[in-house]
Every structure is written in structure tokens, then in C-alpha cells.
Design a protein around this ligand. Sequence first.
Ligand code: ASP
Ligand code: MG
Length: 461
Amino acid sequence: MLIFKQHTPKKRRIKLNNSISDQFFVLTFAPVYYMKVFKFGGASVKDADNIKNVSSIIQTYGNDKLLVVISAMGKMTNALENVIKAYYENGKEKGEESLDKVKQYHTTEVIALFKSEKDILAELMSIFDGASAHLQQSDKSNYDLDYDQTVSCGELASTKIVCQYLNEQGMKASWLDARDVILTDSTHREGNVDWKQTQLNIERKVNDLFEETDIIITQGFIGRSNSEMTITLGREGSDYTASIFSFCLDADSMSIWKDVPGILTGDPRRFENLTKIDRLSYKEAIEMTYYGAKVIHPKTIKPIQNKSIPLYVRSFIDPEGDGTMISDEVELNYPPVIVVEDKQALIHFSTKDFSFVAEHHLSRLFDLFTKHRIKVNMMRNTAISFTICTHEDLQKLNALKEDLADEFKVVVDRGQELITVRHFNQQVVDELKKGKIVLFEERLSNTIQMVVKDVPVVKRK
Ligand code: ASP
Ligand code: MG
């Protein structure tokens, strides 16, 4: 059973009307509004019909101030990743061919969405031409920098389209370049936010913009460094962007609109008979995302928890549904929640001189994990070896192996799954182990983690 606190909005914000000077009237009868931050992911804006749906959801919140964070359309981030890959691996011509596919996708949807598409198409083409000009000049010495300048086009384009469409529908929406407010360091593809400066920027620019408009449309996933370069915040980072805005605006609530009814007890692409969790604590949500639940980006919760801003995960397919509410509540009991991460590798390290794996070895290994940005999902130490479970990223793992070549024997065991069950019971665990070999298992009081692989099928001759 869950006990929850009813959320009461922190602020009663009042739309002041200058022509009314009577204080009593203003306080009693002026409309009350809430500051809400919405995030719409790629699936919700993947084509013209879906953009119309997003527009009608936004329209129902006409009495509030909305800051709306939007991701790139559909699978456009992947398509733009292919552009940069093609540029680096197969040359300019192939790169441009890939970019043409991205342009074509946007063009088709824009033609389906607008009565007159000329102006918006010109705006979109100038965004893509900017990326293309950058790549034409690149000496290919900094992949991550070139990646950010290219892949960010997806969000710039989708927000232009949605903003223009809302205005055509009679709403008054303003487009904000997220890079003008979100300041990061220079870590390409995984920018770290400068919170102090970002807070100041948002206070100045966004509040000013809200004086003139009720709806601000901005990009997820991107910011800018001091050296004026576009920086992305890591894949699926738009949730985090929404959380940054929520924190800095002291929002009354944040909503992530998804193609699922809320947070479920597992991934619907893998499991049947899942149930929706109506209410979750911030702590539980952080734990779930830490263990790899893909439903929300892991960095999202902390900032809003800090200000006790409730987070709703809701369905853009069924916008009336109440979704999942994440807040400061007291938790008593949750159903078992299953998180599966595939493409996992077990890496076994043993010393070349057959000595025990001692603290100084571990400290050397962890320094290198940090250097290569290898995230340890599970680990185990025995007398003569040390094993970790991590995401199977061959580029990173080969670089690590190279650095360790003189000191350690490194064996990589690929193709595993990491299954985590929060609030497990034996029945669920037994069910999950069916047809699997368990290579590694760890139980805490309310969490079990298992690294497993499929039992090989032996074919009879
Ligand atoms: N478009 C980016 C991605 O797909 C960011 C996001 O969707 O959150 O990774
Ligand atoms: Mg996306």
C-alpha cells in the first residue's frame, strides 16, 4: 500500500493586469496560473499527425504558462548520428547523402502539416545547411565536437516546426534557443551544466519571454559552452533539459509525455501483464533509473527532487489518463519492478604476475574506467581476479585493454543481460531465470541483480 501526500502547488501565481489597480480585485478575481514544464519525446512528434496531437494537448493548458521541451522527430537523432558516421568513415559525398535523407523526412512531414510550407522549409534548410557547412570545413580531428554540431539539428528543426504550427493554430508560442540559456562545460556529447550561469540566464531571458507569451517552445538535449560551441547532454537527454528548466523556473510541475500510460513494472517491449505504478517516490524513481530503467533519463530526478517539484509521466496517446506521479511521498510497498539492460559484457581482470588483486590494482583500474567513461554496473573481487559488468561498448573496451596490456590479463565475455528486480519475490526471480544461465548474482534486502545469458540451444543431428 502506498501513502501519498496530496500535492498542493507551491505558488499561487497571478496574472497581473495593469489596468486594474484595485488590489482587492486583483487578488480575488485575477486568474491564477501555474508554471508547467512539459517534455515531448521523439515518438510524440514523429510525424504530422503526432504533431497535431501534441498541439491539441498544449491547447488544453491555455490558462497556464508552459515551457515545452521537445526532442528531435522520431528516429532523427539516430539518422543524424549516421550522417556524422558516414562523413567520417565514407567521405563528404556519403555524408551529404545521409543528410539528404534527414532533410527529406522533415520535408515530407512539413508538407503534410502546413498549408503553406515555403517559409518553414527555408528555415529548416538553413539549419541543415549550417551543419553541412560545418562538416565541409572539418578536418575530422574532433569527432565528438562535429557530432554535437550535426546531431543538434534534430531538435532545432523539430522545435521550429512545432512552434510554427502552434502559432498557425492561433496559440501564441515563442521559440527559444536552449543554447542561449543552458551553459555547459566543453565535454562534447556529455556536457556538464553550469547551474549558476544557467539559472541566471533562465531568470533573465525566460521570464522576460513569459511576459509576452504563455507558451515557450525549446529544444531538449542541447546547450552551449563558453567557447560558443553547441554541446549535447547525452543521448535521451531531453528529460534532463526539462528538469533543468523546471528547477530554474521553480515550476509547479513537470510532465513527461510518453507512448506508455505511465511508469510500468517493466519494459512493455519485453514483458506482458505489467501494471502501471500510480505513485512513486523520487528515491524509488532514482533507484529505478540508476539500474537502467529507460523510462526517464537518470539525471532528471535530482534537480526536481531538490525543489519538491512533482513529476508526472503521462501518455500522449491518452492525455486524460492520470499517469504516474513522482513526488516526495512515503513509500510502504511497491510491486516487483523489473529492469533489463542488454548488450552487457563481463570483464575479468587478473594480474600478469599472478599476484593477488590488491587495492592499488583496483585504484589503477578505476582510474582507467573514469578515463574511458566506463560505467560499472556490478563488480566482484576474488583473490586472483576482479570482474565487472558493463555496457558492451567495444571502442571503449578496446581502449581500456590497450592501456592495461602490460599489467593485466583482460578477458571480455560479451552478450549478457543484466536483470535487476526491485522489491523482488522468489516467484518473479524464478520466472526470470527460466531458460537462462546465471553468471553472477547479488541480493540486497530489496534488490536482486543477475547477469544472465540464454541457455544455448543444442540441435540434435
Ligand atoms: N533526441 C535525443 C536522443 O534521441 C534526445 C532525446 O530524445 O532525449 O537521444
Ligand atoms: Mg530522441
